[in-house]
Design a protein around this ligand. Structure first.
Ligand code: SF4
Length: 911
């Protein structure tokens, strides 16, 4: 089990006051972008003058036209400074962290890098970046490493997210080009979602698709091993076996060829490699029946999909992590693109392959070249490109070969080959595969610097030598690029707190200290952006897709006012919607797209008697990554508040696992303890667990600890969707919770998960032992105005502490197989003074823990599952609209509408 990360209360020396001290008052709405997913929604943020801001969708932003999903809508709840890191901190000789100044901190990084390079060479240094960084931060870090430190060991957590799409694009198109736009979804007659739970992971794009379905009858096909909220909503769902997506598309290519559905003129004029690709497809899937058998789907359903695809010119195929996070992700992307170029369905309205990126600026990182196997600005490590970038940067020490991709980078750290690392804006001790090994590797570094905006997370627990306070959303100023190549400004609307600084500034300061002042003389994000734009157009002449030449001379005022724009922007007047490949020319040496012959699909590691289940991992609707921001919102926490695993009931029964039981998951790499959720729609012998819980917010919910690090040979992306595991029920007869006004850390129990609640924080608990001992100890530690109640016979324990007559801590534990619901007593935490008879009721057991309203389905209006079930049961004609009228569910952001539809369907199936 992981050691608990220090409670926030213990970190007040590092953090600051609860709100931004100098938040501008009376400022109007500021146009910015959401910091979560790759949809890249525009946000209007209006500071309230007290450190917070009202948040609304930007009606003029072309990605969302005013809509926000549940996560975006809750951004205003995440702006406090209670968890923030506000000052540079340095590790002293005694091992403790102490506050230091920026000058000392930056000198220390420069010295550590210089010493390491001198003693061990440039490849002993690395930078690990994040798809959450702004493009300007990415640009600065990439330039420092590849041009001035002399290493291409610059990689990013985007490697875990979409690297297979990058590699697939480069193989097929000769460039990392996303051909289409979101507008293509509005104009498509068929949308195929492969490995994408867009209803949860790209909610606003999914709402756009829903609107197209209503307006023009767009058909939706979902190909996924899981019956997700998206799959449940589809016209046709193909529950493909894990890893077999390429078979579906190999079969499609064969079927298109055999049925004379190809665009032979397009294939002849604009492509190469068709015959080899078709021959490979025939070997993999010679017939619909063979493809169906291999892919694990019904032959008639597969044939229906093939007919639909063949008969629908305007087809968009979107793919996401289910395709990318695979040891054969690049082949899967290739198999999808094959079918589009074989039918000429690319570069035209309403059609094309479309990679949906997970993070807000994964695309910006790709543009900059912030991946170890790219150089810069969509240039690679060829001699002419290295020379071009060297001349542009006036770089004295260019990296001349690809660096180590994320998984290999951490292996090199573990092996002692990388000795100095700077992490910016990411939490690899949670998110990397084999996360325990990654955590151990970080602790072995000679020098570890971390730029972060929070004071505590799992990676900060890996004994860094230096931590630097970064700006957070609302304070940052720069640009991001969404999935459709649209560059938007992310603008500051709050003053920088404490000594927090932009990441690009910190990188530039290190560059100056290394003696490269001229190359890092930027004064603003606008300066960095102009240089980035200038590099993209340097000796370009249309030979590279990525070109921002039209923006390279924009004045500061124009940068400030910059409206969202899709690249390329070759000339200043280029501002309209664009589509690549309309002329059938690609960025390969001969201008033709390449078909790819995929290898036979197989999972990297097969299940066996010891590890008989395949663990799939992914995101949930209302959380983001390791929850350092989204976890601050009570309404988001109420959706799914504990780490869990979805299990088919027939897999659970032989193991004695019931719904709500604590379960230990074990892989060859690590373990996690999560709550069982029995889901009849879950595929047999397959499990699903979310990625969001860490050692900072749970006792043992880090799913990354289990995941294998086997990577795709082209993209280096790990297979995060298919790790062999076993599971076992843990006997935890005591269940309960503790609510606190001020977080003093988790109680000493075996299993806990922390969740934000109105008025404080809650810990959801499970333990094998009666809680009397720890509750009594806690009670004593809480002070005079605390009392507990022990009814050992009934298996019921309670604890309450008061400060100034108000409830400060409330703990309930009971002998129960189900999670205890706190909704009945939660309002007491936010209430004023508790009356004496209420105190007695709390402790005597007369106040119940709650009626078990279940998870929150509608986060915006706080509507729990039980209320929706009751409304459906009471109205035989219940619909999404009627639920909206009577409960308001689904009437704000709409993120829960697929879940409402699913619940309605389930009831209809039963009755
Ligand atoms: Fe943010 Fe939601 Fe839009 Fe994604 S869909 S950018 S999470 S508001």
């Amino acid at each position: 089990m992981n050691a608990p990360v220090p409670a926030q209360a213990a970190l007040t020396a590092l953090t600051g006051p609860a709100v931004h001290l100098a938040a501008p008052a009376g400022q109007g709405a500021v146009r910015t972008t959401c910091p979560y997913c790759g949809v890249g929604c525009g946000v209007l943020a209006t500071p309230d003058g007290a450190g917070g801001a009202a948040v609304a969708g930007d009606p003029e932003h072309p990605a969302n036209f005013g809509r926000l999903c549940s996560k975006g809508s809750a951004l205003g709840e995440t702006l406090g400074l209670g968890t923030r890191l506000l000052h540079p901190m340095m590790r002293g000789a005694d091992g403790s962290m102490a506050r230091t100044g920026w000058d000392t901190a930056l000198d220390r990084i420069a010295q550590a890098f210089e010493d390491t390079i001198e003693r061990h060479g440039p490849d002993a240094v690395a930078l690990y970046l994040s798809g959450q960084l702004l493009t300007e931060d990415y640009y600065a870090a990439n330039k420092l490493a590849k041009g001035f430190l002399g290493t291409a060991n610059v990689d990013t957590n985007s490697r875990l997210c979409m690297a297979s799409s990058v590699a697939g694009h480069r193989r097929a198109f000769g460039s990392d080009t996303v051909p289409g736009s979101y507008a293509d979804l509005d104009e498509a007659d068929l949308v195929v979602l492969v490995g994408s739970n867009a209803a949860w992971c790209h909610p606003i794009l999914y709402r756009r698709l829903e609107a197209a379905r209503l307006k023009r009858g767009t058909r939706l096909v979902v190909i996924d091993p899981r019956l997700t909220a998206t799959a449940d909503d589809a016209d046709l769902f193909l529950p493909v076996k894990p890893g077999k997506d390429a078979i579906v598309f190999a079969g499609l290519l064969t079927w298109l060829a055999d049925g004379d559905h190809l665009d032979e003129a397009y294939v002849a004029a604009h492509t190469r490699g068709f015959d080899e690709a078709l021959a490979a497809a025939r070997r993999l899937a010679p017939s619909v029946e063979a493809a169906a058998l291999e892919a694990g789907v019904a032959a008639e359903d597969l044939a229906a999909f093939y007919r639909l695809f063949a008969g629908t010119g305007r087809t968009v195929t979107c793919y996401s992590q289910g395709v990318n996070q695979s040891a054969q992700g690049t082949d899967k992307v290739g198999a999808i693109i094959n079918c589009h170029i074989a039918t000429g369905r690319i570069g035209r309205p309403g059609m094309g392959p479309f990679s949906l990126t997970g993070q807000p600026n994964a695309m910006g990182g790709r543009e900059v070249g912030g991946l170890a196997n790219q150089l810069a600005a969509h240039m690679n490590f060829t001699a002419p490109e290295i020379d071009r970038v060297r001349r542009f940067w006036q770089a004295p020490r260019m990296a001349e070969r690809e660096g180590l991709k994320a998984v290999q980078m951490f292996e090199a750290i573990a092996a002692g080959r990388i000795k100095a690392l700077w992490i910016l804006g990411t939490n690899p001790a949670v998110s990397l595969p084999r996360a325990d090994a990654a955590r151990d590797a970080l602790r072995r570094l000679d020098f570890l610097a971390i730029s972060e905006n929070v004071a505590t997370n799992d990676t900060l627990g890996c004994r860094p030598h230096l931590i630097l306070p970064a700006l957070a959303w609302g304070e940052k100023d720069g640009t991001v690029t969404n999935s459709e190549r649209r560059i938007s400004r992310q603008r500051a609307f709050l003053a920088p707190p404490g000594e927090a600084k932009p990441d690009w500034w910190a990188v530039a300061e290190v560059g100056r200290r290394l003696g490269f002042g001229e190359a890092f003389a930027w004064r603003s994000a606008a300066d960095v952006f102009r240089e980035h734009a200038a590099l993209s157009s340097f000796e370009n002449e249309g030979v590279r897709d990525f070109d921002l030449g039209g923006l390279k001379d924009m004045p500061d005022a124009a940068f400030d006012a910059m409206a969202p724009v899709q690249w390329p922007v070759r000339r200043p007047e280029d501002t309209g919607e664009k589509r690549f490949f309309a002329d059938g020319r690609f960025y390969t040496p001969d201008g033709r797209a390449r078909f790819v012959a995929p290898d036979p699909p197989a999972l990297a590691t097969a299940t066996d008697a010891e590890f008989p289940f395949i663990l799939n991992t992914g995101r949930i609707r209302d959380q983001w990554h390791t929850m350092t921001r989204s976890g601050l919102s009570p309404r988001l926490a109420a959706h799914l508040p504990v780490p869990f695993v979805e299990i088919h009931p027939d897999d659970a029964a032989p193991l004695g696992i019931g719904d709500g039981d604590a379960v230990r998951l074990v892989s060859i790499h690590g373990t996690a303890v999560v709550e069982a959720q029995l889901v009849p729609g879950q595929r047999r012998h397959n499990l699903f667990a979310p990625i969001h819980w860490s050692g900072a917010n749970s006792s043992a919910g880090r799913i990354g600890a289990l995941v294998a690090g086997t990577t795709d040979p082209f993209s280096g992306q790990p297979e995060s969707k298919a790790t062999p595991v076993r599971m076992e029920r843990l006997d935890m007869p005591f269940r309960g919770f503790v609510l606190m006004r001020r977080d003093i850390g988790p109680p000493p129990v075996a299993c806990w998960a922390r969740a934000a609640v109105e008025g404080g924080v809650g810990y959801i608990l499970a333990d094998p032992q009666p809680p009397r001992d720890w509750m009594t100890g806690w009670c004593a530690a809480l002070g005079a105005d605390a009392a507990d109640y022990d009814d050992a016979g009934a298996g019921r324990y309670r604890l309450a502490a008061f400060e100034g007559g108000r409830l400060a801590v409330l703990g309930f534990m009971e002998r129960s197989r189900q999670r205890l619901d706190w909704s009945g007593v939660l309002p007491l935490l936010a209430d004023g003074v508790i009356a004496p008879d209420q105190r007695r009721a709390l402790l005597s057991g007369r106040t119940e823990g709650g009626a078990g309203a279940g998870p929150l389905v509608c986060a915006c209006h706080g509507v729990p599952r039980a209320a929706i079930e009751a409304a459906i049961a009471g109205d035989p004609r219940a619909s999404v609209e009627s639920l909206g009228r009577c409960l308001k569910a689904g009437t704000n952001c709409g993120s829960c509408i697929p879940e409402l539809r699913r619940m309605l369907r389930q009831v209809m199936e039963v009755t």
